[in-house]
Design a protein around this ligand. Structure first.
Ligand SMILES: [Zn+2]
Length: 272
C-alpha cells in the first residue's frame, strides 16, 4: 500500500493530468469473470511425450484447459494423442520447428542451431513452418507462441536484433520463461507475457510463489515441461493435480483458462 500511494503521489506531483491518469490506471485493479481476483494459465512447452501420455488425462479429469506450445519434432511421435488434446479443448501454441535458442546449449550448437548465428528471416521461416505443420496435422491455427528458452533475440553484441516484432506480427501473444513477475493486466505487453516456472516445485512452493505474485489482480502464467516424476524440468503429476483442485476452488480467487482465452478477455477489458 505504501508503495502504491507513493507512486501515485509522485505521479501527481511530477506529471501532467493526462499522464497521471494513465499511471494511476495501473493500480485501479482489474475485473475478471466470476469475481476472481486473478487470472491464471497453465502452460507446457516442447510437446514432450509425457504431456499427452500423463498430463492431459489429469487436466481432463478436472475439466481444466491448458496451453501447450508445440514443436513438430516431438508432436509427430504422438500425433493421435495431440489430436485428442485438441478435441478435449486444450490450446495449441507454436514453439518453433527447430527449438533454436542460445548456442550456449551444447545440444543445439552441435546441430548448428543458435540464435547468436541466425537471422530474423531464417527464424521467421522456422516459426511459420511449425505453424503450417500444426494447421495441417492438428487442424488449428496457433494464436499463442512461447519463445524457446525464453530467448527473444538473434545475433550478437551491437548487431543483436529482437524477434519480438515477428511474434507480435504473427501471433496474439508470446510467452517468455523463468520470469520473476506476473503480468499486470492493465500494462503487460502481449508479445512478451511472463512465464513462471513450476517444474521441480512442490505444491507448497508453488502456492508460496503465487501468493507473492498475485498483487494488482495479476495474470499468472505457469510454465512447465515434462509431467510425471522426475528432474528440474518435470512438473510432478500429483502436484499438478493438487494445483488444479486448489485453483478451481472459487474461495481461492482464481480464474483458470488458456492463454488465448484470458488474453482475449484482458484485451477486451483494456480497450473499454
Ligand atoms: Zn522449449
Amino acid at each position: 500500500m505504501l508503495k502504491r500511494l507513493s507512486i501515485i503521489t509522485m505521479a501527481a506531483l511530477l506529471t501532467s493530468q493526462s499522464s497521471f491518469a494513465v499511471e494511476s490506471d495501473l493500480y485501479l485493479g482489474f475485473q475478471y469473470p466470476g469475481k476472481a481476483q486473478n487470472a491464471i494459465s497453465i502452460t507446457f512447452d516442447d510437446a514432450r511425450h509425457s504431456q499427452v501420455d500423463i498430463g492431459t488425462a489429469i487436466l481432463n479429469k478436472h475439466q481444466a484447459k491448458a496451453t501447450f506450445y508445440v514443436s513438430p519434432f516431438n508432436a509427430k511421435e504422438r500425433l493421435t494423442k495431440w489430436q485428442d488434446a485438441v478435441k478435449s479443448g486444450h490450446e495449441i501454441g507454436n514453439h518453433t520447428s527447430s527449438h533454436v535458442c542460445t548456442g550456449n546449449f551444447e545440444w543445439l550448437r552441435k546441430q548448428n542451431l543458435s540464435l547468436e548465428e541466425t537471422t530474423l528471416a531464417w527464424l521467421e521461416n522456422d516459426i511459420l513452418s511449425a505453424q503450417a505443420y500444426i494447421k495441417e496435422q492438428l487442424g488449428v491455427t496457433p494464436r499463442a507462441f512461447a519463445y524457446p528458452c525464453g530467448n527473444t533475440f538473434v545475433g550478437r553484441g551491437v548487431n543483436t536484433k529482437s524477434y519480438v516484432p515477428i511474434i507480435a506480427k504473427h501471433f496474439d501473444s508470446g510467452r517468455t520463461w523463468l520470469d520473476e513477475s506476473a503480468n499486470n493486466p492493465n500494462f503487460t505487453d502481449f508479445a512478451q507475457l511472463t512465464g513462471l516456472r513450476i517444474d521441480g516445485l512442490s505444491f507448497a512452493e508453488i502456492i508460496t510463489m503465487l501468493e507473492q505474485l498475485r498483487e494488482n489482480n495479476a495474470w499468472l502464467i505457469l510454465a512447465g515441461h515434462e509431467i510425471g516424476k522426475g528432474d528440474q524440468y518435470t512438473t510432478d503429476a500429483k502436484v499438478l493435480e493438487q494445483l488444479l483442485v486448489y485453483l478451481q476452488d472459487p474461495d481461492n480467487g482464481y480464474w483458470l483458462d488458456t492463454v488465448s482465452n484470458v488474453g482475449d478477455y484482458v484485451k477486451t477489458q483494456r480497450e473499454k
